[in-house]
Design a protein around this ligand. Structure first.
Ligand SMILES: [Mg+2]
Length: 338
């Protein structure tokens, strides 16, 4: 009998185990199963159906202190929209399941739904169903989001080519620094960092940029930054069978992040590389299209994407710093690691 625990095999091991119990060959109507930001399914029409699902657990992903109910409603939907954006798709329909303690105040649901619907209205998403159940302790929020995309506009993680530039749509590290401010009593007394806290609590999924990049055909591979670029770029490289070299000096960071770092003896670059939850889009594109990427991203998001590195033949992810080239370890939050 196998007495190993889930802690022993880790999140990757669990996914592998689940995958092994499924079909070894997917039917052709499933264009993409496990292993990208969304599953991709054929429909009877011209468009493909995108499906993504995300679960937030109290005490793991949020506490009452880090995410008040309204922000929780917003963020729970935002992280799913971000996965549809990362494929170049358009979100359409959401299903919301909530597990919650019976003694929770009704105002929790009121505020949660205000946050959820504020973002749903902005993005034309319709809530079409779900489930509500009693939970003995922690609150559990699970959202499934459906979207669509024309086949020629879809961007997978697997399309990066050697020599591609690596781009990111906006500054990195803000969400991690915001979480630090929320959790650290002394740091929480510092003023002027509202934008970092907002980045953690109410991330703005880069839907317009994702759609425009998919439509333009400029992006060869794309993923959203949920676990930190060190890890998320790793997924692109793994699926595309390439490596990557990042330039430390090119990583975009906000003025607030650069100011906070030294005040609390933290490295802004460390937050930017491994912090996660930024929900910017990380994508690769041919160096011949550099100007087109800059003008398109400026047009749709008011700021140009930042070129942060190159896709390489050599395996692994490397960071070029003033001290030379060093391997970039993933870091970030790891589920099932004690
Ligand atoms: Mg994702």
């Amino acid at each position: 009998m196998n007495t190993k625990t889930l802690n022993d095999i880790g999140e990757g091991g669990i996914i592998q185990l689940i995958q092994e119990k499924g079909l070894s060959r997917l039917p052709s109507r499933v264009k993409k199963g496990i292993g990208d930001d969304c599953a991709v399914l054929e429909t009877a029409g011209d468009t493909l159906l995108l499906v993504t699902t995300d679960t937030l657990i109290e005490e793991i992903h949020f506490t009452a202190k880090t995410l008040p109910p309204e922000a929780l409603g917003w963020k729970a939907l935002a992280v799913n929209i971000s996965d549809i954006a990362a494929m170049g798709g358009t979100p359409q329909t959401a299903f919301l399941s909530i597990g919650i303690k019976p003694e929770t105040e009704v105002s929790f649901i009121d505020s949660f739904m205000a946050g959820f619907q504020a973002l749903a209205r902005k993005t034309d998403i319709v809530l079409a169903g779900g489930d509500t159940v009693e939970s003995p302790s922690s609150a559990v929020i699970a959202i499934t989001l459906l979207g669509d995309c024309l086949p020629e506009r879809l961007v997978y993680r697997s399309g990066a080519r050697v020599g591609d530039n690596i781009w990111v749509t906006g500054p990195l590290g803000n969400a991690a620094a915001g979480l630090f401010l929320l959790l650290n009593k002394k740091a929480s007394e510092l003023s002027g960092y509202e934008s970092l806290i907002a980045a953690h609590q109410k991330p703005i999924p880069r839907l317009k940029a994702g759609k425009a990049l998919g439509k333009s055909g400029l992006a060869h591979a794309m993923i959203d930054v949920s676990d930190g670029i060190a890890k998320d770029l790793g997924h692109i490289c793994e699926e595309s069978r390439t490596g990557a070299l990042l330039q430390a000096t090119s990583i975009p960071m906000s003025d607030e992040l650069l100011r906070l770092g030294p005040q609390v003896e933290k490295s802004p670059l460390e937050w930017a590389l491994r912090g996660g939850e930024d929900y910017e889009l990380l994508f690769t594109a041919s160096p011949a299209n550099e100007e087109k990427v800059v003008s398109l991203t400026t047009k749709v998001s008011g700021r140009p994407a930042s070129k942060i590195g190159t896709i390489t033949q050599e395996d692994g992810i490397w960071l070029d710093t003033d001290k030379g080239k060093e391997p970039l370890e993933p870091g970030g939050y790891v589920h099932f690691s004690n």
